[in-house]
Design a protein around this ligand. Structure first.
Ligand code: 87F
Length: 436
């Protein structure tokens, strides 16, 4: 089943809550806000006058939404509650804001769901995570690993956190692609979110929250981009095919333009996002470079020879290969090329990512792999103190190493395997590395 169909089947309801949060509401759940407090942006003035009380811009919406959940949920018949909100949030980042990757304002979808039982909540955490994986891999052509965050890296307000993790080979950094949390009953206690079960008893609800952000665009750009600019996967490219007329001095310019228009029309009719670049104040060569920079997957060139032979030339953005195809096969061939392009991007990215994974067993191997910008899979004792220690011991200009996740896909862990950092018995294989 397609991702869109799967999302529809979840029967999420769209909601929109306010952007501004009063201090009182934001601080309601103190534990969860405490560590994040320095990142909260406050409005303190209107014009030249100070506000009576500063007002926060939402960094996330738990404290905005949950007081309403508490009012709306009365009985088991009100459950599950499945709320999805698309909005911008603000987090005042201090460490190098980077467009799309770590920006002070970003767009996300935040899902907030409420269930009667932990089993339902647990099941949904993984359903959502799988959808996030599929969006990364099937649409953005970015390979990711699903896994669970360590106690140190999880969302402190929740019970456990799962994530999809990507890796950028050029910089040797891991990057969290999206998260799906089981909040347990922490917020239910704080916000008094209870329901009457079938037996007429009051029960505490179970909650999840999950988000996918515009950071995904940054990950996609870094994964596929090259020295010429962007490379967009066909499934998400706003323009999949750019058609460029290549007129020659004495050529039949009108005929060429007509053939280009007809190619665009035919492709559009077939549901392919094609566009014509008919600008006369730029040379074909200049246009090629510009559309390459913009990452358009396929370029179609039509010149006098193509017109005469009733063919078009198609050039791929990912590998530069050129093919001449008869105009009669246009739609079919473009479809084949776009599908191949999409598949090739994922395969190439996966091969590059996989080539960076190293399995290590000792501290010295760990440090060598870290200096070598690798994605490290290491046997770990799963102790918070040890993760803190690794962070402290790897602190430096490039940033410390930390756990990225414990992948669900676990290699064999022979008994007797010890932790690379502490020498204690290893509990699991975890991904470690520097990250964004
Ligand atoms: C920054 C400032 C204030 C992250 C923050 O991951 C609060 C927060 O609560 C904060 N940065 N978080 C955690 C967000 C948890 C959770 N919220 C809903 C998600 C998914 C969507």
């Amino acid at each position: 089943m397609g991702v869109a169909e799967k999302i529809k089947k979840l029967k999420l309801k769209p909601y929109y809550f306010p952007l501004f949060v009063t201090e009182n509401v934001l601080q309601k759940e103190k534990d969860h806000i405490e560590g994040f407090a320095p990142e909260v942006a406050w409005v303190t003035k209107s014009g030249k006058s100070d506000l009576e009380a500063p007002i926060a811009i939402r960094p996330t919406s738990e404290t905005v939404m949950y007081p309403y959940f508490s009012k709306w949920i009365r009985s088991h018949r009100d459950l599950p509650l499945k709320c999805n909100q698309w909005c911008n949030v603000v987090r005042w980042e201090f460490s190098n804001p980077t467009p799309f990757i770590r920006s002070r304002e970003f767009l996300w979808q935040e899902g907030h769901t409420v269930f009667a039982t932990k089993e339902e909540a647990d099941e949904e955490v993984l359903q959502i995570l799988e959808l996030y994986r599929r969006i990364y891999e099937e649409f953005l052509a970015v390979p990711v690993s699903k896994g669970r965050k360590s106690e140190m890296e999880k969302f402190a307000g929740g019970l456990y956190t799962t994530s999809v993790e990507a890796f950028i080979p050029n910089t040797g950094r891991g990057i969290q692609g999206a998260t799906s949390h089981c909040l347990g009953q922490n917020f239910a206690k704080m916000f008094d979110i209870t329901f009457e079960n079938e037996k007429g008893e009051r029960s505490m609800v179970w909650q999840n929250s999950w988000a996918y952000t515009t950071r995904s665009i940054g990950v996609m750009v870094m994964t596929h981009g090259d020295d010429k600019g962007l490379v967009l996967p066909p499934k998400v490219a706003p323009i999949q095919v750019i058609v460029i007329p290549v007129p020659f001095k004495d050529a039949d310019t009108t005929g060429i333009k007509g053939a280009c228009e007809s190619a665009v029309y035919t492709l559009n009719q077939a549901g392919i996002r094609a566009d014509l670049d008919a600008r006369e104040n730029y040379s074909p060569g200049w246009k090629y470079s510009q559309w390459e920079m913009k990452g358009v997957p396929l370029r179609i060139e039509i010149g006098p020879k193509d017109l005469a032979n009733k063919q078009v030339r198609i050039v791929r953005r990912d590998n530069g290969t050129k093919v001449d195809i008869p105009s009669t096969d246009l739609v079919e061939q473009v479809r084949v090329l776009l599908d191949g392009f999409q598949a090739n991007l994922l395969e190439t990215a996966k091969a590059k990512r996989d080539a960076c994974i190293v399995i290590i067993s000792t501290w010295d191997e760990f440090i060598a792999a870290l200096n070598d910008k690798k994605l490290i899979l290491a046997p770990w004792c799963d102790e918070e103190e040890v993760e803190k220690d690794v962070k402290a011991r790897t602190k430096g200009e490039l940033g410390a190493a930390k756990t990225l996740c414990t992948p669900f896909d676990q290699p064999d862990l022979p008994s007797g395997t010890v932790c690379f950092a502490s020498g204690k018995p290893a509990q699991k294989w975890s991904f470690w590395g520097r990250s964004y």
